[in-house]
Ligand binder design. Structure first.
Ligand SMILES: NC(=O)c1ccc[n+]([C@@H]2O[C@H](COP(=O)([O-])OP(=O)(O)OC[C@H]3O[C@@H](n4cnc5c(N)ncnc54)[C@H](O)[C@@H]3O)[C@@H](O)[C@H]2O)c1
Length: 325
């Protein structure tokens, strides 16, 4: 069995490759070439912390395994990451374990890459201004991925931890280069009217985006919440949007951003226009008019992780990288 650390994985795969891979994964899901049982969420009593066990298989490209991901928002107070994860990859023929990979880097890569694919298909081609809620690990990879699919001129960041937001904006500025102006905003309300693309990548339980101030033509990617009672966008944003999801099955089980307005009758299931794979395969139209507001909800599914882990594993074998035990 091969053990691959974060540093190994960083050397073996780029964001650009993962973006292309996510187009394949979501196409496979839509074509029925993926098995993705609902994940088991093991909550820790009296906290917001949970460990998620996520099995999945890609039947055509023959990848199978499971990610165990800990989501511990309380880690922020300890100064350690909210998310830690491991991916177990098995042999498709024998079922034997063939690799264990550090999973937090792959999680961040594939989540950023997935919304970048949504942006590629749903955002206006001339989208230049990005508003990001959250200055954490996922926000970073969201921005890295979006720099690959749109020529961004301005990136605005809001996080209630203003010191963290300021340091993050400086870091993003050094990555994005001088053609793009990056800033930390003190007021969350500044972002929606000034953004062509909005990303929510927060641990907030309540809406961070005021839908009434989102301008026409905006595309919104919401990735933070994964619980039925938790949401990052409000009713107004949902009511005004053409809605898309990563997976119908999983979004309807876990996405409070949609489940709450579905329950209150703000939207009905038919308002969910399509899955990402249907957009990639051209089976559903995405944005129809420049003024449309589009909304993509990503809860995250295991086959995203399995697909990246498989590619990393094959490259590691070819290049003799990792520890064989
Ligand atoms: N959809 C997916 O596939 C996927 C994958 C990984 C993580 N996630 C989720 O993404 C979220 C963020 O994860 P992370 O690893 O970046 O965590 P993180 O702790 O590194 O960052 C979260 C940030 O959100 C900020 N925040 C909290 N409330 C806010 C608000 N009202 N407005 C703006 N910012 C706010 C926090 O201050 C923190 O800086 C988590 O909820 C996690 O479960 C989703």
């Amino acid at each position: 069995m091969r053990v691959l650390a974060k540093q190994d994985i960083e050397k073996l795969i780029s964001m650009r490759e993962v973006i292309a891979l996510m187009e394949e994964v979501f196409s496979a899901l839509t074509r029925g070439e993926a098995v993705v049982p609902e994940r088991i969420v093991l909550p820790l009593e009296k906290t917001d912390n949970a460990i998620l066990f996520m099995p999945g298989a890609l039947t055509k490209s023959r990848g199978i395994g499971m990610k165990a991901v800990s989501v511990f928002p309380s880690n922020a107070a300890r100064g350690i990451p909210t998310i830690s994860a491991q991916i177990l990859l098995c042999d498709y023929e024998t079922g034997e374990a063939k690799a264990v990979l550090e999973g937090s880097h792959i999680t961040a890569l594939r989540t950023g890459a997935t919304t970048a694919v949504a942006t590629k298909y749903l955002a206006r081609k001339d989208a230049r201004n990005l508003g990001v809620f959250g200055a954490g690990v996922q926000a970073r990879s969201q921005i890295m991925a979006h720099l690959e699919v749109r020529s961004l001129k301005r990136i605005m960041i809001y996080d209630p931890n203003t010191q963290k937001a300021a340091a993050f904006a400086q870091e993003v500025q050094s990555i994005a280069g001088s053609d793009c102006e990056c800033s930390a905003e003190k007021d969350a309300r500044e972002l929606p009217p000034a953004s062509d693309i909005i990303i929510t990548a927060t641990t907030s339980h309540t809406p961070v985006v005021e839908g009434c101030s989102v301008k026409e033509g905006t595309h919104i990617n919401a990735i933070g919440s994964y619980k039925a009672h938790v949401r990052e966008v409000d009713d107004a944003a949902i009511r005004r949007s053409r809605i898309f999801v990563d997976s119908y099955q999983h979004a309807l089980k876990e996405a409070g951003d949609l489940i709450i307005p579905l329950k209150s009758g703000i939207i009905s299931k038919s308002d969910i226009r399509g899955e990402l794979g249907e957009l990639v395969l051209g089976r559903k139209p995405g944005r129809e008019w420049p003024d449309d507001i589009t909304f993509f909800k990503c809860v995250g599914i295991a086959v995203q992780d399995i697909a990246v882990a498989e590619v990393v594993y094959r490259k590691a074998c070819d290049q003799g990288i990792g520890l064989v035990v």
